[in-house]
Design a protein around this ligand. Sequence first.
Ligand code: NAP
Length: 488
Amino acid sequence: MTTQTQAKTYKNYINGEWVSSIENKTVKSVNPADRNEIVGYVYLSGKEDLDQAVAAAKSAKTNWRKLSGAARGDFLYKAANVLESRLDEIAETMTREMGKTLPEAKGETARGIAILRYYAGEGMRKIGDVIPSSDNEALMFTTRTPLGVVGVISPWNFPVAIPIWKMAPALIYGNTIVIKPATETAVTAAKVIECFHEAGFPAGVVNFVTGSGSVIGQGLVEHPDVNGVTFTGSDYTGKRVGAAAFARGAKYQLEMGGKNPVIISKDADLDLAVEGTISGGLKSTGQKCTATSRVFVDNEVYETFREKLVSKVKEIKVGHGLESESWMGPCASESQLNTVLSYIEKGKAEGAELLFGGNKVTGNGLENGFYVEPTIFDNVNNNMAIAREEIFGPVLALIRVNSFEEAIELANDTEYGLSASIYTKDISNILAFINDIEAGLVRVNAETAGVELQAPFGGMKQSSSHSREQGQAAIEFFTSIKTVFVKG
Ligand code: NAP
């Protein structure tokens, strides 16, 4: 086990070099599976560190923009290869730093590699259209130009995939970047940046500054030389990021929380629905923005579904993410554990019936970690806090409905709109669900938490700033369109 004296301090990466923060203050990153293990230290950087990183990105942006897309793509391919060669080590660091099980961490790292390769290829795809001009002798077309310096602010729940799904498109479309990772998982993020360093990106193209959200995050959003900000995190922070970016005319993109519903219809394959509800709601300890949270079950199959669900949830093995038999790891931090426990208390106080779980997990050494049981509430009303607010933990709320129409109405009765799923064989209900559900990701006979890197990703309502990430949709945020009219 790593001890406090052995743990390394991970530096900032500015202008192609690993540098100490001018302020020289550090913060430790603790293993949520065992609070006694320190995974590493990162700097609590200050405004001057940030200014240096932004200045480096600004001075690198013209040369980077002038490279061909194919040349920029070569750097991304190299970064993918380095990350691939370090997959096991980086996945293990992720498990130690935020608790998700090793198979999930490996899957996420593999996704990061695939995203890098996908966007490397984007460097050779079209970036505009020819539009017939009303002047027969003119050529009119669109082309794309990068924003310039892009600020990347990422959360702790996907410490490899989310930074990469923002950085890769930013870079391929010709922007330089300054990333501020979530402090909770900044060691894992530093290792991702090491891969970019090893890939040989020109100095100043990729910059990495750790530090608090209120200093480095906010500083990035307010910095006059940062032309765009891409943010993923809570809606509380996101709204402030959006307002500050808007106030100074910077482009911004926000992906935020969810309160994702699954509808279990009376004709659903109940075994499949149980599997999807558990996987969608409890994997990663429920800490996915697309996690299933509200489970609307038709009255006709309510008791059968509930029985099957509880019997499967009982089999879940909670434990250290590095142990092969663990299916669910700890919450990512003590504060996250406390938030989950406080929502469980709120659910009980509001009159929901605690059907399973609800407690901290202790014994077998788990008392040193931030473990909570997978939890199911029965007889939940959609107006209760546990059905309205994002918990970001392994808590499922069962809500009884009497019809498909009632299920859709209640599923839409939320301020969020990220992901939604239905289990049914009825094609009319499937089509109605696709049309009527208010969510950016619509899933049929599949769990709410499934994202493919080549498809647009993002939410409706309060879940997003209505832009989309990933796939070819990413070009919309990371570039501006120029409409060109040429006459000889
Ligand atoms: P968070 O507290 O909002 O933090 C997100 C990032 O913002 C972190 O890097 C944080 O830095 C930084 N930050 C904090 N205060 C800031 C400020 N005033 N100005 C600028 N940046 C600031 O969110 P989180 O707890 O890390 O992540 C969980 C949330 O992310 C959940 O709501 C989840 O649904 C959402 N999420 C959404 C998606 C999606 O694609 N829709 C995907 C994953 C997660 P520090 O770490 O230093 O505080």
